[in-house]
Ligand binder design. Structure first.
Ligand code: ZN
Length: 222
């Protein structure tokens, strides 16, 4: 995450290799070419025009987080909830705050707002600069799935801390990094994760980046 925030938008891992490590998760692609969603073993790429593609298995990526999703807890969210209220309910459901969680929320939504980012060119800008070019998309009255993770504060150099969610609708035509949602009814499935494996990019872009300085990584919500 520190490298990504400094503009390491080039990795050597392929989508096919990523799927050997998990069937559920999120990330991005080389050149920061859109948002990644991994759901039920399928990788989706959300381009900056909002289109949702199934990328070639050889497509490479600089950053992603995946797990084999095996929930150990389910909670029913059967009333209208804002995005902040969803996070409050999840906060109450996560039993410990020193481990990692994978979270999947399947349901109906009255409103979902997502973003994607346009591809970047070398020399790459930093992540905040790239995200400032984000394109925002909103849709009303849809069914779909929120996919994401919760990471503790101490993991801040290797992943986004707190909640990080992406979304994809049931028709697999509307997706992106989740900015806002209004839920009507859903089931949240939560997996406690006690193990983290990290594969570092084997690229000149990563090797030449100075990671000795403390980064202040922000994944902007708006
Ligand atoms: Zn994201």
């Amino acid at each position: 995450m520190d490298a990504l925030s400094q503009g390491v938008f080039e990795g050597d891992l392929t989508c096919a290799e990523l799927l050997q490590q998990g069937d559920f998760g999120l990330g991005t692609f080389n050149d920061l070419d859109g948002e990644m969603i991994v759901l039920d073993g399928q990788v989706y790429q959300v381009k900056s025009d909002g289109s949702v593609l199934k990328p070639d298995p050889s497509t490479q990526l600089p950053f992603a987080t995946v797990t084999f999703f095996r929930p150990d807890q389910k909670i029913s969210l059967d009333k209208e909830l804002s995005y902040a209220q969803i996070k409050d309910l999840l906060d109450a459901a996560l039993p410990f705050k020193n481990i990692f969680y994978a979270i999947r929320i399947d349901g109906k939504f009255s409103q979902v707002t997502v973003r994607s980012v346009p591809p970047q060119w070398k020399p790459y800008p930093d992540l905040a600069q790239a995200i400032s070019e984000q394109r925002i998309f909103q849709k009303n009255d849809l069914a779909g799935t929120i996919i994401g993770f919760w990471f503790p504060h101490y993991a801040k150099n290797i992943n986004a801390t707190g909640y990080h969610f992406h979304f994809i609708d049931r028709t697999r035509t509307f997706a992106g990094h989740l900015l806002d949602a209004r839920l009507i009814s859903a089931t949240a499935s939560i997996q406690s994760v006690y193990k983290l494996n990290i594969a570092l990019p084997k690229t000149a872009n990563f090797d030449s980046t100075d990671l000795t300085q403390e980064q202040h990584v922000i994944i902007p919500e708006k």
